[in-house]
Design a protein. Sequence first.
Length: 89
Amino acid sequence: MFDILIVEDDINTQKLMCAVLKRGGYNPYTAKDGLDALDRMETQRFDLIILDLMMPRMDGYKFCEQLRGVGENIPILMVTANQEVYPIH
């Protein structure tokens, strides 16, 4: 079974993603923003992160920078309603 971390500040979107992933046989976990996600990752290993980009406290961009900055290569699927294009290095 794959453990998937959903980093999303909207509770209804979290619930929907969890339901879909559970139905697919995955183990979903949630975090409300980038800081919460980093805290969760200190004690648990995830196979995939589904990441909202627009969140309070620490957005998805800062979260990715911090995660990649320490050499973490976990796959990240970015989800956003934002229509602008930002380069990620």
